[in-house]
Design a protein around this ligand. Structure first.
Ligand SMILES: Cc1cc2nc3c(=O)[nH]c(=O)nc-3n(C[C@H](O)[C@H](O)[C@H](O)COP(=O)(O)OP(=O)(O)OC[C@H]3O[C@@H](n4cnc5c(N)ncnc54)[C@H](O)[C@@H]3O)c2cc1C
Length: 364
Protein backbone atom coordinates (compact mmCIF):
# COMPACT_ATOMS: atom_id res chain seq x y z
CA UNK A 1 0.00 0.00 0.00
CA UNK A 2 2.77 2.47 0.91
CA UNK A 3 4.46 1.78 -2.44
CA UNK A 4 1.22 2.43 -4.31
CA UNK A 5 0.61 5.71 -2.47
CA UNK A 6 4.20 6.83 -3.03
CA UNK A 7 3.76 6.07 -6.75
CA UNK A 8 0.57 8.14 -6.92
CA UNK A 9 2.24 11.03 -5.07
CA UNK A 10 5.20 10.92 -7.45
CA UNK A 11 3.07 10.96 -10.62
CA UNK A 12 0.89 13.75 -9.17
CA UNK A 13 3.66 16.25 -9.88
CA UNK A 14 3.53 15.75 -13.66
CA UNK A 15 -0.25 15.30 -13.80
CA UNK A 16 -0.79 18.84 -12.53
CA UNK A 17 -1.39 20.31 -16.00
CA UNK A 18 -4.38 21.71 -17.86
CA UNK A 19 -6.09 19.03 -19.93
CA UNK A 20 -4.27 16.11 -18.33
CA UNK A 21 -5.80 13.14 -16.54
CA UNK A 22 -3.84 11.08 -13.96
CA UNK A 23 -3.64 7.99 -16.19
CA UNK A 24 -0.57 6.44 -14.60
CA UNK A 25 -2.06 6.85 -11.15
CA UNK A 26 -5.24 5.04 -12.19
CA UNK A 27 -3.21 2.27 -13.83
CA UNK A 28 -1.64 1.74 -10.41
CA UNK A 29 -5.03 1.76 -8.70
CA UNK A 30 -6.43 -0.70 -11.23
CA UNK A 31 -3.45 -3.05 -10.85
CA UNK A 32 -3.75 -2.92 -7.06
CA UNK A 33 -7.40 -4.02 -7.18
CA UNK A 34 -8.66 -0.85 -5.52
CA UNK A 35 -11.19 -0.14 -8.30
CA UNK A 36 -13.16 -3.22 -7.24
CA UNK A 37 -12.46 -3.25 -3.49
CA UNK A 38 -16.06 -2.40 -2.52
CA UNK A 39 -17.69 -5.11 -4.65
CA UNK A 40 -19.35 -8.13 -2.97
CA UNK A 41 -16.79 -10.51 -1.40
CA UNK A 42 -13.98 -7.95 -1.66
CA UNK A 43 -12.15 -6.47 1.33
CA UNK A 44 -14.29 -3.34 1.72
CA UNK A 45 -17.55 -4.76 0.39
CA UNK A 46 -20.51 -2.44 0.95
CA UNK A 47 -22.37 -5.51 2.24
CA UNK A 48 -19.94 -5.81 5.15
CA UNK A 49 -20.14 -2.24 6.49
CA UNK A 50 -16.46 -1.37 6.20
CA UNK A 51 -17.01 2.37 6.16
CA UNK A 52 -14.17 3.21 8.54
CA UNK A 53 -11.63 1.35 6.41
CA UNK A 54 -13.08 2.90 3.26
CA UNK A 55 -12.80 6.44 4.64
CA UNK A 56 -9.21 5.84 5.73
CA UNK A 57 -8.45 4.55 2.22
CA UNK A 58 -10.06 7.62 0.64
CA UNK A 59 -8.01 9.83 2.96
CA UNK A 60 -4.76 8.04 2.08
CA UNK A 61 -5.39 8.43 -1.63
CA UNK A 62 -6.34 12.08 -1.11
CA UNK A 63 -3.10 12.58 0.79
CA UNK A 64 -1.13 11.18 -2.15
CA UNK A 65 -3.09 13.26 -4.70
CA UNK A 66 -6.28 15.25 -4.20
CA UNK A 67 -7.35 15.03 -7.90
CA UNK A 68 -6.88 11.24 -7.84
CA UNK A 69 -8.81 11.11 -4.55
CA UNK A 70 -11.63 13.15 -6.12
CA UNK A 71 -11.96 10.88 -9.16
CA UNK A 72 -11.60 7.71 -7.08
CA UNK A 73 -14.31 8.96 -4.69
CA UNK A 74 -16.65 9.42 -7.68
CA UNK A 75 -15.93 5.85 -8.79
CA UNK A 76 -16.76 4.53 -5.30
CA UNK A 77 -19.90 6.69 -5.14
CA UNK A 78 -21.18 5.24 -8.43
CA UNK A 79 -20.57 1.68 -7.23
CA UNK A 80 -22.39 2.49 -3.99
CA UNK A 81 -25.41 3.84 -5.90
CA UNK A 82 -25.42 0.68 -8.03
CA UNK A 83 -25.32 -1.48 -4.89
CA UNK A 84 -28.30 0.47 -3.52
CA UNK A 85 -30.48 0.84 -6.60
CA UNK A 86 -29.32 -1.59 -9.30
CA UNK A 87 -31.22 -4.79 -10.08
CA UNK A 88 -29.33 -8.09 -10.07
CA UNK A 89 -28.67 -8.07 -13.84
CA UNK A 90 -27.40 -4.50 -13.74
CA UNK A 91 -25.16 -5.22 -10.75
CA UNK A 92 -23.60 -8.18 -12.53
CA UNK A 93 -22.94 -6.10 -15.66
CA UNK A 94 -21.61 -2.96 -13.98
CA UNK A 95 -19.54 -4.83 -11.38
CA UNK A 96 -17.84 -6.68 -14.24
CA UNK A 97 -17.29 -3.33 -16.00
CA UNK A 98 -15.60 -1.91 -12.87
CA UNK A 99 -12.54 -4.13 -13.40
CA UNK A 100 -11.54 -2.15 -16.49
CA UNK A 101 -13.67 0.99 -16.48
CA UNK A 102 -13.73 4.00 -14.26
CA UNK A 103 -17.12 5.17 -13.04
CA UNK A 104 -17.96 8.75 -12.07
CA UNK A 105 -21.06 10.60 -10.83
CA UNK A 106 -21.94 13.74 -12.75
CA UNK A 107 -24.86 15.60 -11.20
CA UNK A 108 -23.82 19.27 -11.30
CA UNK A 109 -25.19 21.33 -14.17
CA UNK A 110 -25.93 24.89 -15.22
CA UNK A 111 -28.86 26.26 -17.20
CA UNK A 112 -28.10 23.90 -20.11
CA UNK A 113 -28.83 20.90 -17.89
CA UNK A 114 -29.60 17.36 -18.95
CA UNK A 115 -32.97 15.98 -20.07
CA UNK A 116 -33.68 12.31 -20.63
CA UNK A 117 -36.46 11.95 -23.21
CA UNK A 118 -38.50 8.75 -23.22
CA UNK A 119 -38.83 7.69 -26.88
CA UNK A 120 -40.95 4.62 -26.08
CA UNK A 121 -40.00 0.96 -26.55
CA UNK A 122 -37.37 1.23 -23.79
CA UNK A 123 -35.30 3.85 -25.64
CA UNK A 124 -34.23 7.24 -24.30
CA UNK A 125 -32.51 10.23 -25.93
CA UNK A 126 -30.34 12.63 -23.92
CA UNK A 127 -30.30 16.37 -24.43
CA UNK A 128 -28.09 18.91 -22.63
CA UNK A 129 -24.89 18.92 -20.66
CA UNK A 130 -23.26 18.59 -17.24
CA UNK A 131 -20.53 20.72 -15.66
CA UNK A 132 -17.65 19.73 -13.35
CA UNK A 133 -17.54 16.20 -14.82
CA UNK A 134 -14.45 14.83 -13.07
CA UNK A 135 -12.54 12.41 -15.24
CA UNK A 136 -14.34 13.64 -18.41
CA UNK A 137 -13.75 11.30 -21.37
CA UNK A 138 -11.49 9.03 -19.30
CA UNK A 139 -14.59 7.79 -17.43
CA UNK A 140 -15.90 4.73 -19.26
CA UNK A 141 -19.12 4.44 -17.26
CA UNK A 142 -20.35 7.89 -16.19
CA UNK A 143 -23.40 7.89 -13.93
CA UNK A 144 -25.31 11.02 -14.96
CA UNK A 145 -28.53 12.50 -13.66
CA UNK A 146 -31.18 14.40 -15.56
CA UNK A 147 -34.80 15.43 -15.79
CA UNK A 148 -36.88 12.56 -17.10
CA UNK A 149 -39.33 13.65 -19.79
CA UNK A 150 -41.86 10.87 -20.16
CA UNK A 151 -45.64 10.43 -20.36
CA UNK A 152 -45.57 7.80 -17.62
CA UNK A 153 -42.99 8.97 -15.03
CA UNK A 154 -41.22 12.14 -13.90
CA UNK A 155 -38.31 13.02 -11.66
CA UNK A 156 -34.53 13.18 -11.44
CA UNK A 157 -33.30 10.05 -13.17
CA UNK A 158 -29.91 8.33 -12.91
CA UNK A 159 -28.45 6.52 -15.89
CA UNK A 160 -25.09 4.96 -16.60
CA UNK A 161 -23.78 5.54 -20.09
CA UNK A 162 -22.03 2.65 -21.84
CA UNK A 163 -19.60 4.98 -23.62
CA UNK A 164 -18.34 2.25 -25.94
CA UNK A 165 -21.85 1.56 -27.27
CA UNK A 166 -23.09 5.10 -27.93
CA UNK A 167 -21.92 8.07 -29.98
CA UNK A 168 -19.12 10.05 -28.32
CA UNK A 169 -19.97 12.47 -25.51
CA UNK A 170 -18.76 15.93 -26.57
CA UNK A 171 -16.27 17.25 -24.04
CA UNK A 172 -15.41 20.90 -23.47
CA UNK A 173 -12.12 21.20 -21.63
CA UNK A 174 -12.21 25.00 -21.93
CA UNK A 175 -14.74 24.95 -19.06
CA UNK A 176 -12.03 23.71 -16.68
CA UNK A 177 -9.71 26.62 -15.85
CA UNK A 178 -9.50 26.21 -12.06
CA UNK A 179 -7.05 27.48 -9.49
CA UNK A 180 -6.26 23.90 -8.50
CA UNK A 181 -7.37 20.27 -9.05
CA UNK A 182 -6.35 20.60 -12.69
CA UNK A 183 -5.70 16.85 -12.99
CA UNK A 184 -9.28 16.06 -11.98
CA UNK A 185 -10.18 17.02 -15.57
CA UNK A 186 -13.62 18.25 -14.50
CA UNK A 187 -14.82 19.34 -17.93
CA UNK A 188 -18.24 20.23 -19.31
CA UNK A 189 -19.75 17.21 -21.07
CA UNK A 190 -22.53 17.48 -23.68
CA UNK A 191 -24.75 14.43 -24.10
CA UNK A 192 -27.06 15.82 -26.76
CA UNK A 193 -28.21 13.13 -29.18
CA UNK A 194 -26.93 10.16 -27.20
CA UNK A 195 -29.39 7.28 -27.03
CA UNK A 196 -29.55 4.79 -24.20
CA UNK A 197 -31.78 1.86 -23.27
CA UNK A 198 -34.00 1.00 -20.31
CA UNK A 199 -31.24 -1.25 -18.95
CA UNK A 200 -29.01 1.84 -18.61
CA UNK A 201 -31.41 3.61 -16.22
CA UNK A 202 -30.43 3.18 -12.56
CA UNK A 203 -33.18 3.13 -9.94
CA UNK A 204 -36.53 4.90 -10.06
CA UNK A 205 -36.79 8.69 -10.61
CA UNK A 206 -35.52 10.71 -7.62
CA UNK A 207 -33.57 7.79 -6.14
CA UNK A 208 -30.38 9.86 -6.47
CA UNK A 209 -31.51 12.28 -3.77
CA UNK A 210 -32.74 9.54 -1.42
CA UNK A 211 -31.52 10.22 2.11
CA UNK A 212 -29.41 9.55 4.01
CA UNK A 213 -27.36 8.26 1.07
CA UNK A 214 -27.15 11.59 -0.76
CA UNK A 215 -26.27 13.83 2.20
CA UNK A 216 -24.18 11.12 3.87
CA UNK A 217 -21.93 11.15 0.79
CA UNK A 218 -20.36 14.36 2.11
CA UNK A 219 -18.38 12.14 4.47
CA UNK A 220 -16.50 10.62 1.55
CA UNK A 221 -15.31 13.96 0.19
CA UNK A 222 -14.47 15.11 3.74
CA UNK A 223 -12.23 12.04 4.08
CA UNK A 224 -10.40 12.89 0.84
CA UNK A 225 -10.03 16.54 1.90
CA UNK A 226 -8.56 15.51 5.25
CA UNK A 227 -5.89 13.65 3.27
CA UNK A 228 -4.94 17.07 1.86
CA UNK A 229 -4.49 18.47 5.38
CA UNK A 230 -2.31 15.47 6.32
CA UNK A 231 -0.17 16.05 3.24
CA UNK A 232 0.26 19.67 4.28
CA UNK A 233 1.41 18.59 7.75
CA UNK A 234 3.90 16.17 6.22
CA UNK A 235 5.31 18.72 3.80
CA UNK A 236 5.57 21.41 6.50
CA UNK A 237 7.37 18.96 8.75
CA UNK A 238 9.78 18.09 5.92
CA UNK A 239 10.38 21.74 5.01
CA UNK A 240 11.08 22.87 8.58
CA UNK A 241 13.48 20.00 9.16
CA UNK A 242 15.31 20.60 5.88
CA UNK A 243 15.66 24.29 6.71
CA UNK A 244 16.83 23.58 10.26
CA UNK A 245 13.96 25.64 11.66
CA UNK A 246 12.64 23.19 14.23
CA UNK A 247 14.05 24.88 17.36
CA UNK A 248 11.86 27.95 17.01
CA UNK A 249 8.99 28.00 19.59
CA UNK A 250 6.50 29.55 17.14
CA UNK A 251 7.23 26.87 14.55
CA UNK A 252 6.75 24.25 17.22
CA UNK A 253 3.43 25.77 18.27
CA UNK A 254 2.13 25.93 14.70
CA UNK A 255 3.26 22.36 14.07
CA UNK A 256 1.45 21.31 17.23
CA UNK A 257 -1.74 22.99 16.07
CA UNK A 258 -1.69 21.44 12.59
CA UNK A 259 -1.00 18.07 14.24
CA UNK A 260 -3.92 18.22 16.63
CA UNK A 261 -6.18 19.62 13.93
CA UNK A 262 -5.50 16.74 11.54
CA UNK A 263 -5.85 14.25 14.38
CA UNK A 264 -9.17 15.89 15.30
CA UNK A 265 -10.21 15.35 11.68
CA UNK A 266 -9.34 11.69 11.98
CA UNK A 267 -11.37 11.33 15.15
CA UNK A 268 -14.35 12.93 13.37
CA UNK A 269 -14.02 10.84 10.22
CA UNK A 270 -13.63 7.61 12.18
CA UNK A 271 -16.56 8.32 14.51
CA UNK A 272 -18.70 9.40 11.54
CA UNK A 273 -17.89 6.07 9.85
CA UNK A 274 -18.86 4.10 12.96
CA UNK A 275 -22.10 6.10 13.26
CA UNK A 276 -22.81 5.66 9.54
CA UNK A 277 -22.65 1.88 9.80
CA UNK A 278 -24.78 1.90 12.95
CA UNK A 279 -27.44 4.41 11.86
CA UNK A 280 -27.80 3.52 8.19
CA UNK A 281 -29.92 0.48 9.06
CA UNK A 282 -31.99 2.25 11.74
CA UNK A 283 -35.18 3.69 10.28
CA UNK A 284 -35.49 6.69 12.58
CA UNK A 285 -31.84 7.77 12.35
CA UNK A 286 -31.76 9.45 8.94
CA UNK A 287 -31.86 13.02 10.26
CA UNK A 288 -29.28 12.26 12.93
CA UNK A 289 -26.94 10.70 10.38
CA UNK A 290 -27.31 13.70 8.08
CA UNK A 291 -26.64 16.15 10.90
CA UNK A 292 -23.53 14.22 11.89
CA UNK A 293 -22.33 14.14 8.28
CA UNK A 294 -22.91 17.88 7.95
CA UNK A 295 -21.01 18.54 11.18
CA UNK A 296 -18.14 16.38 9.99
CA UNK A 297 -17.80 18.08 6.60
CA UNK A 298 -17.98 21.51 8.25
CA UNK A 299 -15.33 20.66 10.84
CA UNK A 300 -13.07 19.08 8.21
CA UNK A 301 -13.37 22.17 6.01
CA UNK A 302 -12.33 24.37 8.95
CA UNK A 303 -9.47 22.02 9.80
CA UNK A 304 -8.17 22.14 6.23
CA UNK A 305 -8.44 25.93 5.98
CA UNK A 306 -6.73 26.49 9.33
CA UNK A 307 -3.99 23.95 8.57
CA UNK A 308 -3.26 25.63 5.23
CA UNK A 309 -3.05 29.02 6.94
CA UNK A 310 -0.67 27.76 9.64
CA UNK A 311 1.49 25.90 7.13
CA UNK A 312 1.81 29.01 4.96
CA UNK A 313 3.02 31.04 7.93
CA UNK A 314 5.49 28.30 8.81
CA UNK A 315 7.11 27.87 5.40
CA UNK A 316 6.78 31.44 4.14
CA UNK A 317 6.77 32.48 0.50
CA UNK A 318 9.93 30.49 -0.11
CA UNK A 319 8.12 27.29 0.80
CA UNK A 320 5.20 28.11 -1.48
CA UNK A 321 7.14 28.28 -4.73
CA UNK A 322 6.82 25.97 -7.71
CA UNK A 323 7.64 23.14 -8.09
CA UNK A 324 7.34 22.77 -4.32
CA UNK A 325 4.61 20.39 -3.26
CA UNK A 326 3.01 22.87 -0.86
CA UNK A 327 2.25 25.26 -3.73
CA UNK A 328 0.17 22.57 -5.49
CA UNK A 329 -1.40 21.30 -2.27
CA UNK A 330 -2.54 24.81 -1.45
CA UNK A 331 -4.19 25.25 -4.88
CA UNK A 332 -5.73 21.78 -4.93
CA UNK A 333 -7.13 21.88 -1.41
CA UNK A 334 -8.46 25.44 -1.77
CA UNK A 335 -10.37 24.36 -4.89
CA UNK A 336 -11.54 20.99 -3.60
CA UNK A 337 -12.90 22.49 -0.38
CA UNK A 338 -15.55 24.29 -2.45
CA UNK A 339 -18.33 21.75 -2.22
CA UNK A 340 -22.06 22.35 -2.58
CA UNK A 341 -24.11 24.30 -0.05
CA UNK A 342 -21.65 24.80 2.85
CA UNK A 343 -23.95 27.29 4.59
CA UNK A 344 -27.01 25.08 4.25
CA UNK A 345 -25.04 22.13 5.66
CA UNK A 346 -24.20 24.03 8.84
CA UNK A 347 -27.69 25.48 9.15
CA UNK A 348 -29.19 22.00 8.92
CA UNK A 349 -27.12 20.90 11.93
CA UNK A 350 -28.45 23.81 13.99
CA UNK A 351 -32.00 23.02 12.93
CA UNK A 352 -31.61 19.35 13.84
CA UNK A 353 -30.23 20.19 17.30
CA UNK A 354 -32.87 22.82 18.03
CA UNK A 355 -35.61 20.43 16.91
CA UNK A 356 -34.64 17.93 19.64
CA UNK A 357 -36.38 18.05 23.03
CA UNK A 358 -33.03 18.55 24.77
CA UNK A 359 -29.35 17.99 24.07
CA UNK A 360 -28.63 15.13 26.47
CA UNK A 361 -28.79 12.26 23.98
CA UNK A 362 -28.01 14.06 20.74
CA UNK A 363 -25.64 11.56 19.12
CA UNK A 364 -26.51 8.33 20.98
C1 LIG B 1 -12.45 19.65 -8.26
C2 LIG B 1 -13.94 19.51 -8.37
C3 LIG B 1 -14.47 18.39 -8.95
C4 LIG B 1 -15.85 18.25 -9.07
N1 LIG B 1 -16.34 17.11 -9.64
C5 LIG B 1 -17.67 16.95 -9.75
C6 LIG B 1 -18.21 15.76 -10.35
O1 LIG B 1 -17.50 14.87 -10.80
N2 LIG B 1 -19.56 15.65 -10.43
C7 LIG B 1 -20.39 16.62 -9.97
O2 LIG B 1 -21.60 16.46 -10.06
N3 LIG B 1 -19.92 17.76 -9.42
C8 LIG B 1 -18.59 17.93 -9.29
N4 LIG B 1 -18.09 19.09 -8.73
C9 LIG B 1 -19.02 20.16 -8.35
C10 LIG B 1 -19.24 20.24 -6.85
O3 LIG B 1 -19.91 19.09 -6.40
C11 LIG B 1 -20.04 21.48 -6.51
O4 LIG B 1 -21.25 21.47 -7.16
C12 LIG B 1 -19.32 22.72 -6.87
O5 LIG B 1 -17.98 22.65 -6.46
C13 LIG B 1 -19.98 23.88 -6.16
O6 LIG B 1 -19.42 25.01 -6.76
P1 LIG B 1 -19.51 26.41 -6.15
O7 LIG B 1 -18.64 26.50 -4.93
O8 LIG B 1 -19.24 27.33 -7.29
O9 LIG B 1 -21.02 26.43 -5.66
P2 LIG B 1 -22.13 27.47 -5.43
O10 LIG B 1 -23.35 26.64 -5.32
O11 LIG B 1 -22.12 28.58 -6.44
O12 LIG B 1 -21.74 28.04 -4.02
C14 LIG B 1 -20.88 29.11 -3.77
C15 LIG B 1 -21.40 29.87 -2.57
O13 LIG B 1 -22.66 30.47 -2.88
C16 LIG B 1 -23.66 30.01 -1.97
N5 LIG B 1 -24.89 29.91 -2.74
C17 LIG B 1 -25.29 28.86 -3.52
N6 LIG B 1 -26.48 29.16 -4.10
C18 LIG B 1 -26.82 30.42 -3.71
C19 LIG B 1 -27.92 31.27 -3.96
N7 LIG B 1 -28.91 30.89 -4.78
N8 LIG B 1 -27.95 32.49 -3.37
C20 LIG B 1 -26.94 32.89 -2.58
N9 LIG B 1 -25.88 32.13 -2.29
C21 LIG B 1 -25.81 30.90 -2.83
C22 LIG B 1 -23.15 28.71 -1.39
O14 LIG B 1 -23.69 28.42 -0.12
C23 LIG B 1 -21.65 28.99 -1.34
O15 LIG B 1 -21.35 29.73 -0.19
C24 LIG B 1 -16.71 19.26 -8.60
C25 LIG B 1 -16.17 20.39 -7.99
C26 LIG B 1 -14.82 20.53 -7.88
C27 LIG B 1 -14.24 21.78 -7.25
Amino acid sequence: MQKLLAGIAEFAVESDCDGLFPEQEFNLLRESGLLTITLPDRAFSFDEQQTLSLFQLLKSIGKASLPVGRIYEGHINALYLISLFGDEIQKERWYADACENLFGVWNTQDSAGLEIHDLGNGRYRLNGSKTFCSGAGWIGRPLVTGKLISATKTGWQMCIIPTDEVKPIQEDSSFWTPLGMRASASFRMDFTGIEIMEKDLLGPPDAYYQQPYFGGGALRFAAVQLGGAEAILEETHRFLNEMGRTEDPFQRNRTAEISYLTETGNLWINQAAINYDKWITMQDSTEKLLAYANMTRTVVEDICLRSMHLAEKSVGSRGLMRPGILERLHRDLTTYLRQPAPDAAQMAVGKYVLDQKNTTTLWH
